[in-house]
Ligand binder design. Structure first.
Ligand code: NOJ
Length: 548
């Protein structure tokens, strides 16, 4: 094994996660070192200086484990090995160490709700008869109806369609059904089974022992199912849903917290929790559970001052009683890129609203996405940046159908465009594909638009007005300004269509979401603006950082 990183454990360091800038690496699309068209660990290693210069504190890697890739790696066959397309375990260890030496921590993605159909446990379960202990680790059930040919419940999969698939017995006859809240290739684990719990605790330790500074928990609100498997009723009270946000989850996360807290330096748990109820959400962030969770309410907000303000206020209000920091997230590998979304008539995000894609004004969208970035970076708490947002990449909406890979697209019968459009390989350099993503001549796993020659990291690094330069400058200010680290947020009076707030006494952020110019207060110094202007009248869809 390569040398383990030894983080310094200063008091300041212990709180690194409270206002960290965390960059999400969608490994498959970050950088391909070996020319197979698929991003890999060596590709990330080669770009660590880029990430250091961007000013990020941590990287979150989407799953890098061995996987048949039925859902971009969220179908894990072996939680302790790296998929050969990405590299090797020793490369992962070396990368964690090298990043740490540059001051960048690593967060790994743990997928506890389901495994791959190729996972040895599921293969064993299929090979064993109904009622066998091997099946107990999953949710195998007989079907309903006289021939048992109806699904055990009428639940709807998160990818559309049913949540049950029928198995075949060894003699070819139809057998039991198994539960999958996502694709059939992702059977759900039974978290009432002690081996399921013990295995995931061991996996957690495996990665923490290799220097991971934290863990992002996939589908964190779904692990526990009501064993009676009732239908999803109408008017459910909190905690009554058969498989979402059940109270029994808290005990699991308390046990995980005890594990991460047993390490001498701070390791963190980050939950992927899509929960509409802010109070229920905050319960996961009590001091003996998760450290933080993604703020999807903010992500889904339309470009509207009142809606953004009420989301910010509700977020801060919900986090205060549990003393957890908020997170600010504008996008990730599951949602429409902000540049595209903010240029549409409907600027909110919801999975249902993605179908069909509607027209977008990319100039307007990019202008707003830049303003949104300055807004998110100025708010108190941790910040997530999805790879490519710092380049202002748009969603790619014309990927040929034959190259689409996302099960969300296929499970919708082709109605949903799926999530491939935000997963297109990054453009690093050069005037034509593969834009330095892969060595010259190789073919990236998804095609890059030729127009991305203007959006490469190389072009943008040389242009002080680029989105990359804006991100770099803003993150540098954020890193050194104590007001942005510790200052509380105070709203400033003014037009309801302008978001204006102070952090501590001397820093202010103003975002103009109105269609008119807005006059800046007198006696302020401009630190940064998302769009150039005269310094007095703030244009529409523009954010500015001010020194008061
Ligand atoms: C959430 C992940 O972000 C998404 O990409 C994945 O498809 C589902 N969980 C299932 O693991």
């Amino acid at each position: 094994m390569t040398e383990r990183p030894q983080p310094a454990a200063s008091a300041d360091d212990a709180d690194w996660w409270r206002n960290a800038v965390i960059y999400q690496v969608y490994l498959r699309s970050f950088a391909d070192s070996d020319g197979d068209g698929i991003g890999d660990l060596e590709g990330v290693r080669a770009h660590l200086p880029y990430l250091r210069d961007l000013g990020v504190d941590a990287l979150w890697f989407t799953p890098w484990y061995s996987s048949p890739m039925a859902d971009g790696g969220y179908d894990v066959a072996d939680y302790r090995s790296i998929d050969p397309a990405f590299g090797t375990l020793s490369q992962a260890e070396a990368l964690i160490g090298e990043a740490r030496r540059l001051g960048i921590r690593t967060i790994v993605d743990i997928v506890p709700n389901h495994v791959s159909e190729q996972h040895p446990w599921f293969q064993e379960a299929l090979a064993c008869p109904p009622g066998s202990p091997e099946r107990e680790r999953f949710w195998f059930r007989p079907g309903r109806g006289p021939d048992q040919d109806e699904e055990p419940t009428g639940w709807t999969s998160n990818f559309g369609g049913p949540t049950w698939t029928r198995t075949k017995n060894p003699d070819g006859t139809a057998g039991e059904w198994y539960l999958h809240l996502f694709a059939p290739a992702q059977p759900d684990l039974n978290w009432n089974h002690p081996e399921v719990r013990a295995e995931h605790e061991a996996v957690l330790r495996f990665w923490l022992d290799r220097g991971a500074a934290g863990v992002r928990i996939d589908s964190a609100a779904l692990l526990i199912k009501d064993p009676v498997l009732p239908e999803v009723g109408a008017d459910l009270r909190p905690g009554e849903h058969p498989y979402e946000d059940r109270d029994e989850l808290h005990e699991i996360y308390a046990s995980w917290r005890a594990i991460v807290d047993s390490y001498p330096d701070t390791r963190v748990l980050v939950g992927e929790l899509w929960l509409p109820d802010a109070q229920r959400f905050a319960r996961y962030l009590r001091s003996d559970e998760l450290h933080t969770a993604f703020n999807f309410d903010f992500l889904a907000c339309p470009w509207d001052a009142a809606r953004l303000r009420s989301s910010i206020e509700a977020t801060l209000r919900a986090h205060a009683p549990v003393a957890a920091p908020a997170t600010w997230v504008l996008s990730n590998h599951d949602v429409t890129r902000p540049v595209t979304r903010y240029g549409r008539a409907d600027t909110s995000f919801s999975f249902a609203a993605k179908r069909p894609a509607t027209v977008t004004d990319l100039v307007l969208g990019r202008r707003r996405a830049r303003a949104a970035a300055l807004l998110a970076m100025a708010l108190p708490g941790a910040l997530y940046i999805y790879q490519g947002d710092e380049l202002g990449l748009p969603e790619v909406e014309d990927i040929p159908a034959s190259q689409l890979a996302d099960p969300m697209h296929f499970r919708s019968g082709g109605v949903d465009p799926g999530r491939d459009g935000c997963r297109v390989p990054l453009p690093w350099s050069g005037a034509r594909p593969p834009f330095g993503f892969s060595p010259e001549g190789a073919r990236p796993w998804l095609p890059q638009p030729s127009s991305w020659r203007e959006l490469t990291a190389e072009v943008q690094a040389a242009d002080p007005a680029s989105t990359l330069s804006l991100y770099r400058s803003a993150l540098a200010v954020r890193a050194r300004d104590p007001a942005l680290r510790n200052g509380s947020l105070t709203w400033l009076p003014g037009s309801p269509e302008v978001l204006a707030f102070r952090r501590a006494d001397d820093f202010a952020c103003m975002v103009n979401l109105s269609p008119e110019l807005q006059e800046l207060p007198a006696d302020v110094d401009l630190i940064l603006t998302s769009t150039a202007f005269d310094g007095r009248w703030l244009p529409p869809d523009t954010a500015v950082w001010l020194r008061l």
